[in-house]
Design a protein around this ligand. Structure first.
Ligand code: WT7
Length: 656
């Protein structure tokens, strides 16, 4: 039984526990419905109220939503603020200076804590360091850092001076880094000498050198290197600077750069349905509001909480729920450098016990791998500090949901399946812990003010119970503003004319429960795969494969996988003869390494099959539907009438 089917047959319902309801920010379903009604009655007034209550403005706004250039919406456009002021200074001013902001646990278990006052001081020092290099408002800065306090300081320092950061996940290759530097026109890269994960150290800085050396990075003026391990690190005179040298003797104050609400806070590259990743551009005020409001509504964050989001700062989850949301709420949060399975699969549970984590937010793929590695392990730790559990990145199958709920949460803690995307800025469809009855496998209902719907291919809303395309009917403050340097692609990807140009197209399939209206996400309906919660464009992997001089043609599809959600399967036609047996295995290994170098290890295909050709229609179109069936090991005998070359199927059936 597939996961979707088991969701659709799900009958277990978990009402919110009375203790949670009693203390929640949004307490009871009536309170949730009242917020939804407020948003429906006066959409702009609703968001304006929240923006006034939850953000600190240098210059208050009067304009709320500007729809004069649809779909390039603007929110709170005549207001000024600074995001780092909202995350740091205002907490210190409110008396939280001595409160722990970040508890950092290194790979080797060493713990470092910083208070809000210290985090502000470090951010100021580094902001001044950036300024000393001539970096100013609007400049793009690429951050290629391991999980660290410094990674967050780098992001906050950019926000403080109005520079636009673009964090590149440390697992991406030199080539991917180079493409992002070039597309963003970045003036600086902030990196570290090495990173530590799972008891090993791996160099990081050489990828920066290699990436820049590939060319097209002439905009780069300096590379700032944080010394994480002190391992060997080549520094280029005149370009490379040590973080610790640069922050020494910086002034102790740095007036925040007060920016317009719409000033870009960051770019984050993500995969789409074409070969080139898109630079999703987020705003300052609207984005921050979405981060803050979801911390309060969904995570029900309170002063005494210890919040832990296990994502990497290289992904949007690490932006909204590590670098910005928790800090803007004055919370104490964990940053963890290591991996869940080292020194053993109890690492997460030990961390929760040691730091008394109360809100824990992770990905289904991590949960599934920990179930596999030790279903009994959580019982060996004291997890009684936990109050709320969250899941993000991909559908969570009901079986994993139940294990998370019972074994990790002791059947006390609501499990919040949060649906959102890089583009949405924060949660979109998610339960509220003190209001929403939970159903395993469903992300339940849209947040107040988020007008999500399921539509057919013409953009018409479908009745509950019928599957279709997930859209959002109104703009919301946290949404992306454009694709960096490519406004046309923004319009085409998210506001396609087929849908009337006014519906935000998520790119996911969804269905609403016929009785409750609860949403279940059925996965991407474009050529994007979700591997361990990471978005991978099939076209991107295909381009990487055909860039190899031995490859003539390649097609990439996904197949379901118990652990990673989806697995990448590549069908490859070589320029030379089709390899068989050991030669095919060798070639597959070589191509996997190649893709790892072109994009990053997360993009390496699990299966690679070789053919003399690919299944094509008479007009030469690759029949991906058949490839998907082949990848799953399904019988493809039927419905091949439009196939030009049926014999090719037999060849491709045989895997490596
Ligand atoms: C895609 C967005 C949101 C931060 C991490 C991923 C899938 C995300 C869920 C969920 C089912 C989910 C969707 C979406 N997705 N959360 N709770 N249930 N699917 O961000 O890399 O931008 O990927 O992840 O397919 O479109 P992203």
């Amino acid at each position: 039984m597939t996961s979707i089917q088991s969701v659709l047959q799900e009958t277990r319902i978990f009402p919110p526990p009375a203790e949670v309801v009693a203390r929640a920010t949004v307490s009871g379903m009536a309170a949730y419905e009242a917020l939804c009604r407020e948003a429906e009655a006066d959409y702009e007034g609703f968001w304006a109220r929240l923006a006034r209550e939850h953000l600190s403005w240098k210059r208050p706004f009067d304009e709320v939503l500007d729809e004069s250039r649809v779909p390039f919406y603007k929110w709170f456009a005549d207001g000024d603020l600074n995001v780092s002021y909202n995350c740091l200074d205002r907490n210190v001013e409110a008396g939280l200076g001595e409160k722990t902001a970040i508890i950092f646990e290194a790979d080797d278990g060493k713990v470092t804590k910083v208070t809000y006052r210290e985090l502000l001081a470090r951010t100021i020092a580094f902001a001044n360091a950036l300024k000393s290099q001539g970096i100013a408002k609007g400049d793009r800065v690429v951050i290629y850092m391991p999980m660290s306090i410094e990674g967050v300081v780098a992001m906050q320092a950019c926000a403080r001076i109005g520079a636009i950061h673009s964090v590149v996940f440390g697992g991406f290759s030199a080539k991917s880094l180079q493409e992002r530097i070039q597309d963003a026109g970045a003036v600086a890269v902030i990196t570290a000498d090495e990173q530590c994960r799972g008891g090993k150290t791996m160099p990081l800085k050489p990828a920066v050198d290699e990436g820049i050396a590939m060319g097209g990075c002439e905009s780069i003026r300096c590379v700032i290197v944080y010394r994480r391990t002190g391992g060997p690190c080549r520094m280029l005179a005149g370009r490379d600077l040590w973080w610790h040298e640069l922050i020494a003797n910086q002034p102790e104050t740095c007036e925040p750069e007060w920016v317009e609400a719409e000033h870009p806070l960051f770019l984050l590259y993500t995969s789409g349905s074409t070969g080139k990743p898109k630079g999703v551009q987020h705003s300052s005020a609207g984005y921050l509001l979405h981060a803050v409001i979801t911390m309060k509504w969904v995570f029900d964050i309170r002063p005494e909480d210890v919040f832990w989001c296990t994502a990497d700062i290289g992904w949007v989850t690490g932006h909204t729920y590590i670098a910005y949301g928790p800090l803007a709420c004055g919370a104490t949060e964990i940053i963890f450098e290591g991996i869940p399975t080292w020194p053993d699969a109890g690492r997460f549970w030990k961390l929760i016990q040691d730091h008394k984590v109360s809100i824990f937010y992770t990905a289904p793929t991590a949960i599934r791998s920990l179930i596999k590695a030790g279903p009994e392990l959580p019982r060996q730790y004291d997890l009684s500090s936990l109050r709320i559990l969250g899941s993000v990145g991909e559908p969570i199958n009901p079986e994993a949901w139940m294990w998370y709920y019972t074994e990790v949460g002791g059947s006390r803690c609501p499990v919040l399946d949060t649906f959102w995307q890089t583009e949405t800025g924060g949660h979109m469809i998610a339960p509220l812990p003190g209001a929403t009855p939970l159903v395993p496998g469903s992300c339940t209902l849209p947040l107040p003010g988020i007008q999500a719907a399921v539509v057919d291919e013409n953009g018409n809303e479908l009745p509950w119970g019928e599957g279709g395309s997930l859209v959002v009917k109104k703009p919301w403050p946290g949404m992306l503003r454009t694709i960096w340097g490519d406004p046309e692609r923004f319009v085409k990807s998210y506001y396609p004319i087929e849908f009337g140009g006014r519906l935000y197209l998520a790119g996911d399939g969804a269905v609403r429960d016929a009785k409750t209206g609860y949403f279940t996400i059925m996965g991407r309906i474009d050529d994007v795969l979700n591997v361990s919660g990471h978005r991978m464009g099939t076209m991107e992997i295909e381009s990487a494969l055909v860039a190899n001089p031995l490859v003539a043609e390649a097609a990439v599809v996904g197949r379901p996988d118990d652990l990673t959600g989806e697995a990448i399967c590549a069908f490859v036609v070589l320029k030379g003869e089709r390899p068989q047996g050991a030669a095919a295995e060798q070639m597959a290994t070589q191509l996997r390494e190649w893709v790892g170098k072109e994009i990053g290890p997360i993009a390496k295909p699990r299966d690679i099959r070789f053919g003399d050709n690919l299944p094509k229609t008479r007009s030469g179109k690759i029949m991906r539907r058949l490839l998907r069936q082949l990848a799953r090991g399904e019988d493809v005998a039927q419905d091949v009438s439009t196939l030009e070359n049926p014999a090719i199927l037999e060849q491709l059936k045989a895997g490596v």
